[in-house]
Design a protein around this ligand. Structure first.
Ligand SMILES: *Cc1c(COP(=O)(O)O)cnc(C)c1O
Length: 461
């Protein structure tokens, strides 16, 4: 077989991709007939494809490239570590320097008494760890009947059997026998789509109180934990009403339920503070981390747990771990990534400069005929597309039709913006500049205009 390169003809790359590569969350047969876009290199917030187009990446890869592409320090950290110690495990009474340093750095950054880290290679794996961790915790505390984990419909916690079960994506549950037993889903605080005539504040309270109802129904002594993203990401960047999290916190405190904040997207500066829990004033017992932890340069995730949980778990043998838990190269890169975020003041700059600027520009898109609301916190935002801003009505066309058309226009205009149903979402690299924000908004507006013209012409309502 000849090895193709980034300079090989696009058609040849696409044909080989279609013949052998199965893409995640994709109807591969459709993609094969169309050809995947081949991304060959990237710098800052910009991707280059095999046809030489320069594309503004308003999704930071998959919500993860927080420091932007092309940071040589991260490549150097990986190369150094590979030469010094490319791999060793931490299972059998051994450790290594990158893992112990990264764990200590995370303890320093994490709020409250979240001081202990169990490493995984992804967010999915970390949430699988959490599932077993909270159940083991209660077992060790002499309450083995506390097994149920409450989570939310349309939450996203990963794609393994365990984490996919914790998540509330019905399309995922329909394939492969999920959810596993012992997971109970409550409704999401998605006011735009589900709030009806209620005010956002009343709706936020009502949705939080579903947690209390569920606890009482299942039995307070049977519930181990509640897991949620501070702001739902993959579900469509759903920013909860302000009343939601304080009420959730009251309920988990009242019933002594462990709170797991899934910070895989919200963590590492995305919301303008180090963690979404700080922005939303939540006090979790466990935080799930991945994505921005290494800015996506290496696959790494983990669970940061409280002193209390660590004390209980550490007293027994926790029969769990991954070959690559705390992989030295991934840890070295993550540590360097955290240094960059910290020393270059990237998180602070997001909070005080670029996120407020982006918010103003992003919210100005609500004057567009297709856009019903614009929601944004830090560097994660969404636009609700609607045929009727007053009633917040969905389109009569199948959900996602207009979102898909809009995303295709963005793609054609060299802007990566995703759609979740008929919500358009962004999550740009945290290093995006004001000029780049202007470009993002200009291209988004142009794409919305084109999508609007296209759906009018096609008679889509
Ligand atoms: C992406 C994501 C995950 C899963 O992480 P992977 O690294 O893809 O396994 C879990 N939780 C949230 C909130 C995510 O956005």
């Amino acid at each position: 077989m000849n090895i193709l390169t980034a300079n090989s003809p696009t058609a040849e790359l696409q044909a080989r991709d279609a013949a052998h590569h199965m893409h995640p969350f994709t109807t591969n047969a459709d993609l094969a007939s169309k050809g995947a876009r081949v991304i060959t290199r990237a710098e800052g917030c910009w991707l280059t494809d095999s046809d030489g187009h320069r594309i503004l990446d308003a999704m930071a890869g998959l919500w993860c490239v927080n420091v932007g592409y092309g940071r040589k320090e991260l490549a150097d950290a990986a190369a150094r570590q590979m030469q010094e110690l490319p791999y060793y495990n931490t299972f059998f009474q051994t450790t290594h320097v990158p893992a112990l340093n990264l764990a200590a750095k995370l303890a320093e950054l994490a709020p409250g008494d979240l001081n202990h880290v169990f490493f995984a290679c992804s967010g999915s794996e970390a949430n699988d760890t959490n599932l077993r961790l909270v159940r083991t915790y209660w077992q060790e505390k002499g309450q083995p009947e506390r097994q149920v984990i409450i989570s939310r419909w349309n939450g996203y916690h990963g794609s393994s059997v365990g984490s996919g079960s914790l998540g509330g994506m019905k399309g995922m549950h329909a394939q492969g026998g999920m959810p596993i037993p012992g997971i109970h889903h409550i409704d999401q605080p998605h006011w735009w789509a589900e709030g009806g005539d209620m005010t956002p504040e009343d709706f936020g309270l009502a949705r939080a109180q579903e947690l209390e109802k569920a606890i009482l129904e299942i039995g307070q002594d049977k519930v181990a934990a509640f897991i949620a993203e501070p702001i739902q990401g993959a579900g469509g960047v759903i920013v909860p009403p302000e009343t939601y999290w304080p009420e959730i916190q009251r309920i988990v405190d009242k019933y002594g339920i462990l709170l797991i904040a899934d910070e895989v997207i919200c963590g590492f500066g995305r919301t303008g503070k180090w963690f979404g829990s700080q922005t939303l004033d939540i006090r979790p017992d466990i935080m799930t981390i991945a994505k921005g932890l290494s800015s996506g340069y290496q696959p790494i995730g983990g669970s940061i747990v409280s002193d209390e949980i660590a004390k209980v778990i550490d007293a027994t043998e926790f029969n769990h771990g991954y070959t690559y838990s705390g992989h030295p190269v991934a840890c070295a890169v993550a540590l360097e990534n955290l240094r960059i975020l910290d020393e270059e003041g990237i998180v602070t700059r997001v909070r005080t400069e670029t996120a407020p600027y982006l918010k103003e520009k992003f919210e100005s898109l609500t004057d567009h005929p297709l856009v019903g609301e614009a929601k944004i916190v830090g560097m994660m935002g969404s636009l609700a597309l609607t045929p009727n801003k007053e009633t917040r009505a969905p389109f009569q066309a199948e959900a996602g039709t207009v979102g898909y058309i809009t995303r295709e226009r963005c793609f054609a205009n060299n802007l990566i913006m995703r759609h979740v149903g008929d919500r358009m979402i962004i999550s740009p690299p945290l290093v995006i500049s004001r000029d780049e924000i202007d470009t993002l908004i200009d291209r988004a507006r142009l794409s919305l205009d084109e999508a609007h013209a296209q759906i009018e012409k096609a008679g889509i309502k």
